[in-house]
Design a protein around this ligand. Sequence first.
Ligand SMILES: Cc1ncc(COP(=O)(O)O)c(C=O)c1O
Length: 446
Amino acid sequence: MIKTEFRTIVTEVPHPKALEMADRLAAVESHSMHGQLPVVWDRAVGSSVYDPWGNRWIDFTSTIFVANAGHAHPLIVDAIVKTAQKPLLHAYNYPTAERLNYLEELIRVTPSYLEKAFLVSAGTEAIEVAIKLMRMNAMAAGKRRSVVVSFEGNWHGRTTGAQHLSSNVDQRSWIGHEDPGVLRLPFPYPWIAEATSDPRGFFRETLQRELDARGWTLKDDIAGFMLETYQGWGAVFYPADFVKEVERAAKESGGLLVFDEMQAGFARTGELFGYQHYGVQPDLVCCGKGASSSVPLAFVLGSGYLLDLPSVGSMSSTHSANPISCAAGLANLKAIENEGLIERARDLGLQFHAELNSIANASPAVSSIQGLGMVAAIITNGVGDADASAIATEISWECMRQGLLVVHTGRESVKIAPPLTIALDAMIEGLSVLRKVIDDVTAKHS
Ligand SMILES: Cc1ncc(COP(=O)(O)O)c(C=O)c1O
């Protein structure tokens, strides 16, 4: 039994009824949707998640990097309720005040080179839109090919185009063919010596090698570069010089620099967009998740020229710009501004990472802490008979039993990203749970 200011565990965890619900779901839903920790979410408010049986967790997941402004932020709830009660639940592509107000505000708060948006419902759709715009731009420029360059280990979603960009062969083998218009380059992991000592050279050499092997050139064949702002599974950022060199290559090629800001956007890293840490200006920015802190909302931002490449009506979607999503998106922007969440992520993030690094230094089960602002990954080591990914899984499960929710990646990492509104005391309590769990798991296997 646990009862603190921020956690309550009064039953067995996982609760037997949670396991029963998981079994019933498995009978009626594809098991590909499953694999998360067995916690039934009944209510989520601020940085707390409640199940129906009296248990309460500190949330270090923001669901999955969505609830940046906190769960059920009052401004967002109010905007959703008001729009639903108007009532205006759906309006296809007809103009609505919700859509206009949201887009005007979105374009106002984003950097001036981002002039227009294309709204969709899911992150993976935004990636598809960006691939299409990259290739349309290459065709308009008369290029021989329209090759999209992506980076190994990056992940951009589950639809066909997004999976073609993935370097995970298992995840894309179902497509049945390789996209000849995708070129994958090595990611500059901090543990690759050449990548850290000379990030620009590392990028240029690997790019040139791949181009030469195919008889391609930057100018004739490359449509653009797609970068996840940080590599998802491990919150691994690129060296800034590497990204600056990618920007230079994109300019030389006449192609586009595109960022997938799904996890990094909307204040998470201490900037509105995570790419701003690199000092570059992307041509397209793909967003989702924290864009609404709640209901489905995703989009691509870019210049008027690029966003208007498709002809009138040729790139629309039934659920684009849903009025409830737009109202939630606008309220989310207000919440970020009113509560100073960009600065908060920056300031709180310093304390967050200092404590995580102290945990890492004290434990042989942790190889490093990655991330920035209010996102971090604890990269695990194997201990005794347990490999690194088994250690990460054990940490995730034990945190759940102790009243702390973390992101179970299924790999050698534990991801954490609390809502940016989390109270300092709740964050400190969550980190102390993490420290104790890591110590216990390490001791068990040593
Ligand atoms: C970096 C990144 N890109 C794209 C996606 C796909 O977004 P969605 O799940 O909304 O389709 C995700 C989702 O986890 C992501 O983390």
